[in-house]
Design a protein around this ligand. Structure first.
Ligand SMILES: Cc1ncc(COP(=O)(O)O)c(C=O)c1O
Length: 400
């Protein structure tokens, strides 16, 4: 009898966490490694947020809380959606979970039955595919291309929807491509969705605050109010407030769905960490003044990496609108040989070659459902990014 359950055997461990872990292990062994694999901001959680957590500890806010979030945090989330997205919710429409990932998990496990399909545009964040499979649903890839800026078109969405479709998972700005949908692009998708009233929408807006230049962030329930009743608008404090380790994610949507998600939470994690919830209240209600300067810093880094990689023969790197990732193609390097005679047959071979020869950890695109690409997280210092680009360029030029 196998120890592993049939449902768990359907999924793979997270490729992004595995790549980052591998980089950390090699570093611990003394190798000179630059990891561009991790999906987290390199700066510290702002002091006002840390102080709120310390105060929560001192005030004894260290006990169980309401399963799906303290009322103060739910109110802060209601305020955030009204202020930043023009969306009106009641506190009873809000779920707080221990991270954005558990929000998605809670939504999927509480709604999917065997045979239910979930449309996922590719390239996708690695966890979407496997969460859907673990929850017993069937992920359906809706392909995009670099030419379309890695964005799903209305035709692509129409083609992917069947009578069995239960959810569409949207993510803007995207991990791994950085692509962000304009208001018009979201409206085109919304028009398709209006013709298919059986499809629910989960929009993952985790990177909302990391958009560049004059790009304006929009979320689908705001663009098309007729979709409000079937949209779960998800967000979190992990990326915008550099709080990845605090584990707070949240979403707002139809009350019956929110109740189901709380039921899952009540029998799995229980409440998110009480102290982190008070920190998140401060994150959402306190000063937002570091958000714009951080986005500008990330924009500078994006430009550094994109400009550099586009000068490297064999690579092509689109310039995305947001997040802190780029998703270059390495198609021009396939079939080439490494100095020790191995052939680069795939993006996985290329990522391995970069790590082995130059100590640069990236994540191969196959893990995100669109090859041959690789993902670079540029959430690190300009100095380290320059060194990483120098090494990537040297590795590419050494291929014959
Ligand atoms: C698109 C996207 N959604 C959700 C998450 C999960 O966020 P959290 O760390 O809050 O679980 C991530 C984290 O990398 C992400 O990239």
């Amino acid at each position: 009898m196998s120890l592993e359950s049939v449902s768990l055997s359907r999924v793979k461990p997270s490729a992004t966490l595995a790549a980052d872990q591998k980089g950390r292990e090699l570093k611990a062994q003394g190798r000179d490694i630059i990891s561009l694999a991790a999906g987290e901001p390199d700066f510290d959680t702002p002091d006002n947020i840390k102080e709120a957590a310390i105060k929560a500890i001192r005030d004894g806010k260290t006990k169980y809380t309401t399963v799906d979030g303290i009322p103060e945090l739910k109110e802060a989330i209601v305020g955030k959606f009204a202020r930043e997205n023009g969306l009106t919710y009641k506190a009873s429409q809000v779920n707080v979970s221990p991270g954005g990932k558990p929000v998605i998990w809670n939504a999927m496990i509480s709604t999917l039955n065997p045979g239910d399909e979930v449309v996922i545009p590719t390239p996708y964040w690695v966890s979407y595919w496997d969460i859907v499979r673990l929850a017993g649903g069937t992920p359906v890839a809706a392909p995009t291309t670099a030419q379309s800026g890695f964005k799903l078109s209305a035709e692509g969405l129409e083609k992917a929807i069947t009578p069995k479709t239960k959810w569409l998972l949207l993510n803007s700005p995207s991990n791994p491509s950085g692509a962000a949908y304009t208001r018009g692009e979201l409206k085109a998708l919304a028009d398709v969705l209006l013709r298919h009233p059986h499809v629910m929408i989960l929009t993952d807006d985790m990177y909302e605050h990391l958009v560049f230049g004059d790009f304006e962030f929009w979320t689908i329930a705001q663009v098309e109010p007729a979709l409000y009743d079937r949209t779960l608008t998800m967000n979190g404090v992990s990326k915008a407030y550099a709080m990845t380790g605090w584990r707070i994610g949240y979403a707002a949507g139809p009350e019956p769905l929110i109740k189901l998600m709380a039921k899952v939470e009540s029998q799995s994690t229980s409440n998110p960490c009480s102290i982190s919830q008070w920190a998140a209240v401060e994150a959402l209600n306190g000063t937002q003044e570091f958000i714009k300067p951080n986005a500008r810093l990330f924009q500078e880094r994006r430009d550094l990496v994109v400009d550099w990689l586009n000068k490297v023969p064999g690579l092509h790197c689109p310039r995305p609108e947001g997040a802190f990732y780029v998703y270059p193609s390495c198609a021009g390097l396939l079939s080439k040989k490494t100095p020790d005679g191995k052939t680069i047959d795939s993006d996985e071979d290329f990522a391995r070659y970069l790590l082995e020869t130059e100590g640069v950890a990236v994540v191969h695109g196959t893990a995100f459902g669109l090859a041959p690409h690789f993902r670079i997280s540029y959430a690190t210092s300009n100095e380290e990014l320059r060194e990483a680009c120098t090494r990537i360029e040297r590795a590419c030029r050494a291929l014959q």
